[in-house]
Structures are given as C-alpha cells and as structure tokens.
Design a binder for this molecule. Structure first.
Ligand code: AMP
Ligand code: MG
Length: 445
C-alpha cells in the first residue's frame, strides 16, 4: 500500500466533512474525571484520511468488477455498432424505389432473399428489389433503408409496401454509438450494470479497477465466546466481529473475521503480525480504555505507530489509530461496547474504506429531520444517538430516539435505522426543531 502522507499533520485539516465542527473547538475540553484533553472528531477524521493511501489497481473479470472504480481508460477497438444493421423486422429496400408508395397504391417489389441476425455475409441488392431482414441483421449492400413489416403485406416472393421510407430509416449506423478508437469509459467511472454493459459491448472481459480493500476484523476480550457457543456466567457473545465485518462489507470491503483474542499482549501481537500479510486495513474492538486489561492500548501504544486518544464524541471516545508493519497498514482500535464500536466505524472507518475504494465522496449523505422528542447532549462532545427516521407523507423527514444512552444496548441498536448527530455546541434539542441525521441504509456495494 502506498501512503498519501507519512506524517500526521498537527494543525492542518486537509479533509473535513461538510458537517464537521471547527477544529480545536473541543480540544481543551475537560472530560470530567481525570480531565482528559479531547480531540475534536473533525481533527481525528482528518488524521485518518490523510494517513489512508490507495491500493494498487488489479485486473478483474467483468462481473467481479461490479461496484468498483475503473482504473484505466477503455477505448472501443472497433466501431459500435460494428456494422450497419436493421433496427426493425421488415424489408431492406432502396428509399428511392418507394417514393410513390401509399395506402391506395402500394409499390410491389420482388423479394430476393432473407437476412437473419447472425448472417456472416450478405449479398448485395440491386435496384427495384427487396430483402426480408430481421432486427440486428446486416443491411445488404445496395439497400439504404428498412421498411417495417407492419407497413407491408408481409409477402414472401413479392412484397407490397404501403408507404414511402426515408433514406436511413430503421438503419442503425456502424459507429453511431462509438467510433473506432473512441473513449468508452474514463478512469474513475463506477462500474454499475450500465457501464458493465458498455465494457462487454466493446469486447472487454477484464478491466483494471481499484480493488475492494481486504479488511481484517479482530475482537479482543477474555470474556468473549464465539457465536454458537452458549455464553455462560461472565461470558459475552462476540457480536462486534460480526457487526464490523458486516459494516465493512456494506462499505464495499471484503471482510475477514479473525477469531476472538483474549486479553493477552503476546497473542494479540502474534495475530496482528500474521494478519498483516493479507490485510489492507485492520479493525480491532475492545481493550482501548484505561483499565488494566485494556491490552490493545497497552500493547500497541508501545510500537509508536498507533496513537490512542480520546475524541470529543459520545459514544466512542477512546480511539486508537495508526499503522502497522512495513506496508504501513492502517489499523483502527475501536472501543468494545457494540454501539461505540459501530458509531466509531461509521465516523472513522467507513470513510477510510471508501477512500481506499477510490470514491470521490467518502462520507454518507446526511438529511435534516424534525425531532419528534426532546434530546439532550453534553457540551463539547459530538453526540451520536440511535434514531428511527421516518419519511412523512409530505416527503419531509422526522426522527425519534431509539433506546437510551447506554452503548451496550444492542437490541436498541438493531431497532434503529440512523444516527442522530448532535454537534459539539448543542446541549438540547426541542421537539419540532431540525436535527442532522445520518441514515444507516444499506450502501451500494
Ligand atoms: P472494552 O472496550 O474491552 O472495555 O469492552 C467494553 C464492553 O464491551 C465490555 O462490556 C465488553 O464485554 C463489551 N465487548 C467487548 N468486545 C465485545 C464484542 N466483541 N462483542 C460484544 N461485546 C463486546
Ligand atoms: Mg475488553
């Protein structure tokens, strides 16, 4: 992986989302007990995005490239369409022969052949003659128009034609879509079904694209047990690795879940070391607070390339971010509470994955919605509340809260479809006022 910047800037904020707060606004904000200096969300995000580089393009088969960004110019080697062909089922004719044709005085022409779609060669057609022709079949040399079946008596040996025809009528010209050598698609095009159709039409079965980042997801915590095993007293089912793998895939990545790692330095460093081989980005969850068993923070802060900080946000304040290994693979160390983990993913990891995909706009679209209830928020911290976004019959949005503030509330998280973003300066929202909402709808992979 090539990095866009080797050092984190200290004061410059190169990339800030549209709704980002002024950097520094909450920098000196005290966080209650312990008086920890908080870093503004916008500043942390800027550090993340300036560290994330790009992945080298790879060549993929056409369908595997769906949803990805084209990384090469694709030209049409041959004209598209490749030859003059019929746009309708009918008869190939010369327009000049039908000048006098009308309903009462149809013109009769001898039918001298049949041209089917797929005909590899076509004989020429002399004046005063017609050939039956199918949609997509090559226009016989000498003919200059196609009269659709419905304006004829559909004759086999001789056809009566009831109207004149314009030169070129119902003929698709070679190269009218793309001339030979013309640019079909430029680098940066996202390959949806339409673009894949064009690549196939110009005969490209493989294309260079920005690949899906390979995202490795690791859960840490000695209390965790894998799904499928009944969690006993003191044990917790590992939901984060599933949630984060799903979120990474939803953001466009290929996600790999690695098993649970207990709170053990050596095991953590071992697993990270082996995962560096395949990862373009690593996400861990758990172990980033200040407790004695917060081994992710303890183990990785010693390496000097991963920084642990408290961000002015709620939930998800403790964040670890940096790079690992010779390739400087980005690593995000997210807090363990499921809601904190998902909010952290949305705020920092998703934009990073979108940047690795080469997307121009890495941020989710936000909408303005009317708050249906009162909401409180601590000053100096950007708060992300789980919400339920509705679309009213007049097309406007309204939003209500789901669940409480607890960042362990997975059922409430599952009942939500958006995050309500209450910025650093907001302390209360009264019912009826407008709030910024980040919908968590499924993205286009
Ligand atoms: P930590 O960030 O390690 O202090 O964990 C905070 C809380 O999140 C604890 O209650 C953990 O049990 C819980 N937790 C940590 N990791 C996971 C996980 N992978 N799945 C579900 N809950 C977790
Ligand atoms: Mg833990």
């Amino acid at each position: 992986m090539s990095e866009s910047s080797s050092d984190w800037p200290t004061d410059t904020i190169p990339v800030v989302p549209a709704d980002a707060a002024e950097p520094g606004a909450a920098r000196e904000q005290a966080a209650g007990r312990g008086r920890v200096a908080l870093r503004p969300v916008a500043e942390q995000l800027a550090k993340v995005l300036s560290t994330i580089g790009s992945i080298d393009p790879i060549q993929l088969a056409l369908l595997d490239a769906q949803g990805l960004m084209l990384a090469e110019e694709v030209h049409a080697d041959a004209p598209l369409p490749g030859f003059d062909n019929a746009a309708m089922d009918g008869y190939a004719v010369r327009a000049v022969d039908l000048r006098q044709a009308n309903e009462t005085n149809p013109v009769a022409l001898p039918v001298v052949g049949d041209v089917l779609a797929g005909a590899r060669s076509v004989s020429g057609m002399g004046p005063g003659l017609a050939m039956r022709i199918m949609t997509g079949a090559p226009i016989p040399p000498g003919a200059d128009a196609v009269i659709p079946l419905e304006h004829t008596d559909r004759g086999v040996a001789r056809v009566q034609i009831h109207r004149p025809v314009r030169t070129g009528e119902c003929v698709r010209r070679a190269g009218e879509d793309l001339a030979a050598g013309a640019l079909a698609l430029a680098p940066g095009a996202t390959l949806g079904p339409q673009q894949i159709a064009l690549l196939a039409a110009v005969g490209h079965d493989r294309v260079m694209v920005q690949p899906r980042p390979r995202v490795v997801v690791i859960s840490t915590g000695s209390e965790l047990v894998d799904v499928g095993k009944q969690a006993g007293f003191g044990e917790v089912s590992d939901s984060n690795s599933y949630m984060l793998a799903a979120a990474a895939r939803d953001a466009g990545a290929d996600a790999y879940r690695v098993g649970i790692i207990p709170d053990d330095h050596a095991r953590l460093l071992d697993v990270l070391d082996s995962q560096l081989l395949r990862a373009d980005l690593i996400i861990t969850s758990g172990g980033v607070s200040m407790g004695s068993s917060d081994v992710v923070k303890e183990a990785l802060s010693q390496l000097g390339t991963v920084e642990f900080t408290n961000v002015a946000m709620q939930p998800g304040s403790p964040q670890g971010f940096g790079t690992l290994g010779r390739e400087r693979t980005p690593i995000f160390c997210l807090p363990g509470n499921p809601v904190s983990s998902l909010v952290s993913f949305e705020v920092f990891v998703r934009p990073a994955i979108r940047k690795l995909l080469g997307k121009r706009n890495v941020h989710r679209q936000t909408v303005q919605a009317m708050a249906l209830e009162r909401m409180d928020s601590p000053v100096g911290r950007r708060q992300y509340r789980r919400g339920l976004l509705h679309r009213e019959s007049d097309g406007r949005y309204s939003v209500s809260l789901v669940g409480g503030n607890g960042s362990h509330l997975v059922a409430a998280l599952a009942a939500s479809n958006c995050l309500i973003v209450l910025d650093e300066d907001t302390t209360e929202v009264v019912p009826g006022s407008r709030v910024t909402v980040q919908p968590l709808m499924l993205a286009q992979r």
